[in-house]
Design a protein around this ligand. Structure first.
Ligand code: XMP
Length: 515
């Protein structure tokens, strides 16, 4: 059984990052909300607990409190920022609002050979972000570091194996942050490195086989990273009892349908049903220009195609397993107490494309992974880089990148232009650094001159953005030389475009997609 560190989330924007850093060091960490019950930890080989930071003040009545069972657990505890203040308050120390708030980089004086600071220098650069401070500590606690504005920048309580720091080791600005977290997990909690793509794959295969037995699992394959890795993993577990359905809606990128088919054909006995539904989608989209109407039509048509394909496959059975490539950030988001209160459950809980009366069990083998871990698992399963590093692509596909009528002609122009743009980004080694890069075919026509003739053709926009999660995004400052090359290739090679612009808007106020 793998060693586990539980990270309790008190609302800091960095809580997920703590988990990621620990996992990067080869130990499994899972995020739990501050309303956690002791029974939630029952089935883990728990080695230590980390209490995250948070936006509240521990002395406020309504602030999230330390779950009572934690101090009685008799395993190492590490409080970060708000987490340390909670520990201090619960053990009899005092926290008040500071006169001098500390935001940003600070110089830490390490004053003690505590094992949490093993291998650190006497002076370290750390990242602070707090408006409250600890002014007195319980007798059994010892001060182990300070900064100019923060007397108790770190404390330890050795008899109880409790450690606390006011700064954030999980952010890169804390130069020895990784070392501090590793000291906690390896020196103090004595964890073994047991979180690797291979260990995840083996464990998941075992679980899936136990759960599914000889039944079948249905998976909607889109060719994106998440559904592709889910497919490869489930295939390794249950072979041709996995039925993948890949719908060609006619709105895919150049070569996408062929590439996905080729990739999965290489896996022995891979059960892939590729459905050519181009005509159905394009005729439903005929003369539709309103973006929301386009999306609704595409969603509805997809459900119809998917449903009839499943029904053909399942014949008379009424219970199935249905797989989805849900990732950990979505799971965390919908489990947050504030979100639960607000009833804001994300749409991934609503499984689209299934017959209404069908009972199904949802299988989400990637639900504990971050995106970078999914990529590593994909690589270990033998998926090519082309799939592993593919940019996100919206469900309604190229239809929301064509302003105006979606038809064979507009799709073919967009496909070619989009392909050239991304081909040049790949050649320049820039593709992997971007969140998304694509072309948009506008319905603006303008006058141009080619050879000796006048042209009156469409305007194409290029968009490339950097982002961590798609919620906000910055337009990318691509080199002019690259834009020049792309522009020249597109007007020369793609008939129907005589002018190209580069989109220099960020999100917000713009969105990433144009429709
Ligand atoms: P926006 O345009 O809202 O997009 O800034 C944010 C991210 O979501 C993707 N996107 C979609 N993905 N179905 C999807 O699966 C959709 O309908 C959809 N619309 C936008 C978009 O590509 C970007 O990554």
């Amino acid at each position: 059984m793998k060693d586990v560190i539980a990270v309790i989330d008190f609302g800091s924007q960095y809580s997920q990052l703590i988990c990621r850093r620990i996992r990067e060091s080869g130990v499994y960490a899972e995020l739990f909300q501050y309303d956690i019950k002791e029974s939630d930890l029952e089935n883990f080989n728990l080695k230590g607990i980390i209490l995250s930071g948070g936006p509240n003040s521990v002395y406020e009545k309504k602030s999230p409190q330390l779950p009572k069972f934690i101090l009685k657990k008799n395993i190492p505890i590490f409080g970060i920022c708000y987490g340390m203040q909670l520990l201090i308050q619960n053990c009899g120390g005092k926290v008040i609002q500071s006169k001098l708030r500390e935001y940003g980089v600070a110089n830490l004086n390490v004053e003690n050979n505590s094992s949490i600071f093993f291998g650190l220098k006497k002076k370290e650069i750390v990242w602070m972000s707090h408006g409250d401070e600890v002014v007195s500590i319980p007798n059994e606690c010892k001060k182990i570091a300070s900064t100019e504005n923060c007397k108790f920048a770190a404390i330890e309580n050795l008899p109880q194996n409790i450690f606390g720091i006011q700064f954030h080791p999980e952010v890169k600005h804390t130069k020895s942050g990784k070392k501090i977290l590793e000291n906690f997990i390896f020196k103090i909690c004595k964890c073994k490195k047991s979180w690797t793509p291979k260990s995840f794959i083996n464990e998941t295969i075992h679980e899936i086989r136990n759960k599914i037995g000889n039944e079948k699992i249905i998976l909607g394959l889109s060719g994106g990273v998440d559904s592709s890795v889910t497919a490869a993993l489930l295939h390794k577990a249950i072979g041709n009892n996995l039925i993948c359905i890949f719908v060609d809606n006619g709105l895919l990128r150049k070569n996408e349908f062929e590439n996905v088919n080729q990739t999965f054909k290489k896996f022995p006995h891979f059960n892939l049903i590729s459905v050519n539904a181009k005509k159905k989608f394009l005729s439903a989209l005929k003369n539709v220009i309103n973006p929301e109407t386009k999306r609704k039509i595409i969603g509805k048509t997809f459900i119809e195609v998917f449903e009839s394909t499943i029904q053909k496959q399942l014949k008379n059975s009424t219970i199935i397993f249905f797989a989805q490539g849900t990732l950990y950030p979505d799971v965390i988001e919908s489990a947050h107490p504030e979100r639960k209160k607000a009833g804001l459950i994300k749409t991934h809980h609503n499984v689209g494309g299934l017959p209404k009366n069908l009972k199904f069990t949802l299988i989400e083998p990637l639900r504990y992974l971050f995106k970078d871990e999914v990529r590593k698992v994909g690589k270990s399963l033998g998926l090519p880089d082309e799939i592993i590093f593919r940019h996100p692509f919206p469900g309604p596909g190229l239809a929301v990148r064509i302003i105006g009528n979606v038809n064979e002609k507009s799709l073919s122009i967009l496909r070619e232009a989009d392909f050239i743009f991304n081909e040049e980004l790949l050649k320049a080694n820039l593709y992997k650094k971007l969140w998304q890069s694509f072309a948009v075919l506008t319905n603006v026509k303008s006058v141009g001159v080619m050879g000796d003739g006048r042209t009156y053709e469409n305007l194409l926009a290029l968009r490339a953005v950097q982002s961590d999660d798609g919620m906000t995004a910055d337009w990318s400052q691509l080199p002019f030389s690259l834009l020049k090359k792309v522009s020249s290739r597109i007007v020369n090679e793609v008939k129907g475009i005589n002018r190209i612009v580069y989109d220099i808007s960020s999100k917000p106020p713009s969105t990433i997609e144009w429709e």
